[in-house]
Design a protein around this ligand. Sequence first.
Ligand code: WQD
Length: 333
Amino acid sequence: MNVLVTGGAGYIGSHTVRALQAAGHRVVVLDSLETGAREALLGTPLAVGDIADSELVRQLCRDHAIQGLIHFAAYKSVGESMQYPTRYFRNNVAGTSALVEAAAHEGVQRVVFSSSCSVYGTPAQMPAAESAPIQPESVYAETKAMSEQVLRWMHATHGVRSVSLRYFNAAGASLDNAIGEDWSNAANLIPLVMKATLGRQGPVQVFGADYPTPDGTCIRDYIHVDDLADAHVRALQYLFDGGATTALNVGTGTGSSVLDVIRTTERVSGRPVPYDLVGRRQGDPVTVFADPTLVRATLGWTPQHGLDTIIESAWRWHSTHIDGYPSRRGSDG
Ligand code: WQD
């Protein structure tokens, strides 16, 4: 199939582009390169532009006879979204609306959307199932929930079918070390642990060690980025096989604590991880991990990698790409 991938020069996008190509699809990428890295595309055709540029989107859909859309392009910093809410609503929600409308005009009726488990806010029950209430606790999460609604209404009104994949904590790097996460604007735990271990920043700040968990630190569901990429390829195939619009949690179902991540990194790297135990971060749920029952039943997807492989691949990538992608150098946020 001919697939348009927005945000394909980003972390999860670039890993998904490779997985699509390995599955025999032809891919073209639309990316503004605001945060993406051209090098991560390994030569995949790239149009540099904005998802809200309807003329550009329609032209790309016509020129490449696009049959499916995978939409990653979005601003994704929870903290930044609370500082600049309208920027996030404009880019993430209005941008998604313009993109899907333009693609639909050119007959694209299948969309896989990059959503987030953060639409659940602090889930009342663990593991988190798709039936959990949608109660975003940040502007970023709200923009993901609203974009899912746009897609649901595009199905009801125009027959555009979609799968919204609600990611848990994406981490790690491609197993062949060809691409990985750009840590220039890293705010997530695992790239920060790598930076601290490699001496590229000060000690990791562990946000709270007094939680009601076995070791006192928060628990999350870390999922290898290649497993996440595979879920997108399967979701696209599901839509081409006639699958109905749905939303699926994409996580392993296994929780790991902050200290689990630190201890695993020490074992894998053979180095101490510099860290300080500090106060809790506002808004952090204590424990979040997925119930993967529905994604397994719907897509036949099961994660192939656990925390060890996530940390090993992240360490291999960052320790051999200490300055990240050349095009992103000097862009430390
Ligand atoms: C993980 C854990 C922190 C940094 C992310 C994305 C969100 C969504 C879900 C995709 C928490 C702790 C972190 C640090 C720390 N993904 N931590 N020190 O908050 O679970 O959410 O995954 O949409 O968009 O943000 O990820 O990596 O920030 O935190 O102690 O310096 O690590 O308290 O328990 P989070 P995170």
